[in-house]
Structures are given as C-alpha cells and as structure tokens.
Write a protein that binds this ligand. Sequence first.
Ligand SMILES: *Cc1c(COP(=O)(O)O)cnc(C)c1O
Ligand SMILES: [Zn+2]
Length: 421
Amino acid sequence: MSEEALVLTVESPASCLRCRNCGAQFPLIAVHACAECFGPLEVGYDQEKLNAVTRAQIEAGPQNIWRYAPLLPVGQDPETRATLNPGMTKLVRADRLGAELGFTAPLWVKDDSGNPTHAFKDRVVSLALTAAKGLGFTSVACASTGNLANSVAAHAARIGWPATVFIPADLEPSKIIASAVYAPRLVAVDGSYDDVNRLTSELGETDEFESTAFVNQNVRPYYAEGSKTLGYEVAEQLGWKIPAQVVIPIASGSLLTKIDKAFAELAKIGLVPNTPWKVFGAQSLGCSPVAEAFHAGHDVVQPVRPTGIAKSLNIGNPADGPYVLDAVRRTGGSIAVADDDDIREGISLLARTTGIFAETAGGVTVSCLAKLVKDGLIDTSQETVIYNTGEGLKTADVLDVHPTHRIKPTLKSATEAGLLS
Ligand SMILES: *Cc1c(COP(=O)(O)O)cnc(C)c1O
Ligand SMILES: [Zn+2]
C-alpha cells in the first residue's frame, strides 16, 4: 500500500489527528499513537464547520448514526459508508425502575441492544470501516471481548471484505456463535483480552496484515468517534438537552470519554443549552482498575488480570483509563463497582422493571446505578440516563432462571399447580 493512499481525503469537518497527551497534530492518517510521545490520537475538527451545523440539518437526516455525519470525520457521502446503519436506538423512560430506586426526576435507559448486532459496537465499527475504506484498506481485523467481534464480522460480510477476528478462547458460547455465523476467520486465542490485543498489535506490524485495518488499533481514532453518537442521540431524544447525570460501563474507557466529548461539542456548537452534567462509570469487581485508580486518587491506571462474568468489560489495561478519570473528576461524577452476584441482580432488576434484557455489562451498569444512588452520589431529583450497551441473550448462561410452573395441558393440572382455585 502506498503512503499516499493512507491519508483520508474525504470532505468532512475533521481537520487533523491530535495527540491527547502533548497536543501534537498529524494529518488524517491510519495511526493511533503520537509519533512524539506515544500518547493516543483523537480526531480534531474545524470548529467553524461544526458551528455551521443546525438541529434542522440533523433532524432531516436518516434514522441512524449517519444523521450526525456533519459532526463525524467520515460518511458525509452515503456512498462511502461501510455500515449496517446502526443507531437511533430507543431511549426508554424507566419509571418503574426509577420508582424502585427512589427517583423523583425521570430515569431513562438508552437501550443499545437494539442495534443490528445487538450492542453499541456497531456504531464504532461503522466509523472504523468507513474510514478504512477511505484510507485504502481492503480487509479488516480486530481484537475483541466479544461484541466487537460480532460487529466486525457482520460488517465485513455486508461489504464483502475479508475479516480476521481475534477473541479470547473462553468467551460466552453465544458470542462465539454470533461471530462465527458471518464466516470470518475467527481466531480463538488461549489468553486474556489483553494478551489478544498485544498479539494483534504485533500482527499489525507484519507484511501479511499491511492492507488490514485493525478497527481498534490503526484506525482507532475514527473508531472511537462512533461512540459520540450515543451522546448526540440521547441529547436529541431528550429534546435537545444534556441529561444531568449519565451512568456508563467502562472497558477500554473509550465509550465513556466519547459520550462526554459529544455533550461538550453539542454545548460548544450551541445545539443544546450549556447545562452541567456528571459522568459516572461502572465496572465489575473482577476488572475494576479504573475505579481503583479513581478512589485511590491516582492519575494512572494500574493494569489488572480480569476475572468474572462481565466478559465484554474485561479489559485489564484500559487504553483510555486516564481520560476516564479526567472526565469523571472534571464533571463531579464517580465510579462504582459490581460483583458477579450484583451483576445478576442488576440484570434481573432491569428486566422485571423495564422489560429490557441486558447482557452482563448492562447488569454492571444497573447495579452501579443502584449503588451510586444508595451512596448519595447520584441525585434522584435530577434527570438521569443509563446506557445499556448489549443484549441479554448473548450472556444468558450466567442466569439461573427457570419456568415457575410445570404442568400438563389440562385444567386439572393447572388447578393442581395453583393457577386456578
Ligand atoms: C465494548 C463494550 C463496552 C465498553 O466499551 P469501551 O469503549 O471499550 O469502554 C461496554 N459494553 C459492552 C456491552 C461492550 O461490548
Ligand atoms: Zn503526543
């Protein structure tokens, strides 16, 4: 692949890649670490172009993430999109959950299990693959805790690209099936996600993978921008305002930092009133390096070896950990932790009060919401949004739930079972 092909030339409001650590700027290329300091790069925008974006322009767009194309680095031209068209998932008013937790203000669940592959990852993969196409790549790969693999495999199938997907071998069976069905090269690795990620970084340097976009590595800056749409959508669905409090699960931390970035952008452009918001994080006890750093008052995150049932969140060395700490501290939020039993209870609580079946990550989030309320850190008189990022059927094995009755198809049997008196 020639060097020339590696600069994004599409017309968009994006102007550069910028180092989040030292501020150095680079063209829109396929790298994710700063050449000066190895800090992470993110997309920088031409503020004048962003300022020209209007609510009406967005509202006239399609019912998916691409309505926000004027705020994204790629995808302005529909023909260039490599996508399953995720987004505009339901924002569900959770009055019964709110009542149970003592809320007097509205509590909402942004239910991203409604995406094409049933997790929020379709948003980031659509951005990553559209950028990859624009950058001249011809195949795709990723290291994944499960949902990313599902989404990359499905997107590759839709656009006809070869995909190589690397996962820890001990993932949930349903998540393995939900990748394998799209027929990628599916590589189960004997190791943790962090081991898999290290391996794919090394593979990305080889000649064999020269034309391959690794969605969360060489095109990570574009990938990460996809998560902003979870901030934009919530603000738009609330009638163009920022919720006072949000609760977001943390794996690498990218999702949390990008929802915060989205709110800041909307306020800066003037698409919403500039009201304060607090960002709260949710981690599982089996993998809580960011929560630990937060509560210890540290700026750096000490890597851990993850355990526990919330496998989609099991990243022991989270790339965006320090930026999560920044966002949570700057906004006056906090980070809570849920153990495996709490996670199961969180799944059950959400299901029986809202009719939403969340995967383990959602159980972490609901359980952390309950804790944050109990500890007085979340104000129940303020409008609050929690993010359900994935579908319960993919991790159904963690639950021990059964039919409440077993009967024969007769009234007699129904009576004996106590259904009739
Ligand atoms: C990947 C994932 C997350 C967290 O994503 P990060 O951006 O890595 O923090 C949350 N929930 C689910 C279900 C996921 O698959
Ligand atoms: Zn730098």
